[in-house]
Design a protein around this ligand. Structure first.
Ligand code: URA
Length: 225
């Protein structure tokens, strides 16, 4: 089958951007990292996950979600018939914060352009934000994940309509069984949300612009002549 030129362009543009980002020094995290953890998966995915920041294993291996939280993410994906090759996975912050501390506001600000560029290039229909940092950044609202998880929100990112779907972070669910059950429940809605995002817009019914009229009576018929 002939390669899809749009998919090839997208792959090329994302790879070029990853190469550029590998040398990023926009914030202090550049000093302590082993490498930039750009993102992984299908550049044309309809579903994109956005986590927080790389941890120890991600920093070592160069891929997001390869530690314990990543194993849980893989399992949750498997539960809805997907693998990580079917989706795209990235983080708000591309470099590991020392000791896995929370990202700081100026680090998020310095790094957000990378995430927004990824969103522009990948053009996902559904973006599942994992935890507070991704949810607050992409929704532009201060509401915490406990309040908004499992509630899809329509928004515009990179000039395109996107459905945001906030979820608990898998790392938080690892040790809290109630949170894990909620995360599993929320995950189950993902296939339906992808289908809604990818279905063509509802058919627009066209009404005729001119309503047919009965012919007007002639001047003779009206007795004018
Ligand atoms: N947690 C994250 O938010 N991202 C990772 O890549 C790993 C753990």
């Amino acid at each position: 089958m002939a390669a899809d030129p749009e998919a090839l362009n997208r792959r090329g543009a994302l790879a070029a951007y990853a190469t550029e980002t590998a040398a990023c020094t926009r914030c202090r995290l550049a000093e302590g990292r082993t490498q930039v953890v750009f993102g992984v998966g299908d550049p044309g995915a309809d579903l994109m996950f956005v986590g927080e920041a790389p941890g120890f294993h991600e920093d070592q291996q160069g891929y997001p979600f390869v530690g314990q939280a990543g194993k849980l993410l893989d399992k949750l994906l498997g539960g809805i018939g997907l693998t990580r090759e079917d989706v795209y996975i990235a983080n708000v912050i591309k470099c590991r914060p020392p000791g896995n501390r929370d990202p700081q506001a100026d680090e998020i600000q310095a790094c957000e352009g990378h995430l927004f560029r990824q969103l522009e290039l990948i053009e996902p229909k559904l973006v599942a934000t994992l935890g507070n940092f991704a949810t607050k950044l992409l929704s532009g609202k201060p509401h915490g994940i406990t309040r908004v998880h499992g509630r899809p929100q329509e928004t515009t990112l990179g000039g395109r309509p996107i459905t945001l779907y906030p979820l608990y972070h898998p790392a938080a669910a690892l040790y809290t069984p109630a949170m894990l059950r909620t995360l599993e429940d929320d995950f189950r809605r993902i296939p339906e949300l992808i289908a809604e995002g990818t279905s063509p817009p509802a058919q627009v019914i066209q009404f005729p612009t001119a309503v047919p009229q009965a012919p007007l009576p002639s001047a003779e018929q009206l007795g004018l002549f």
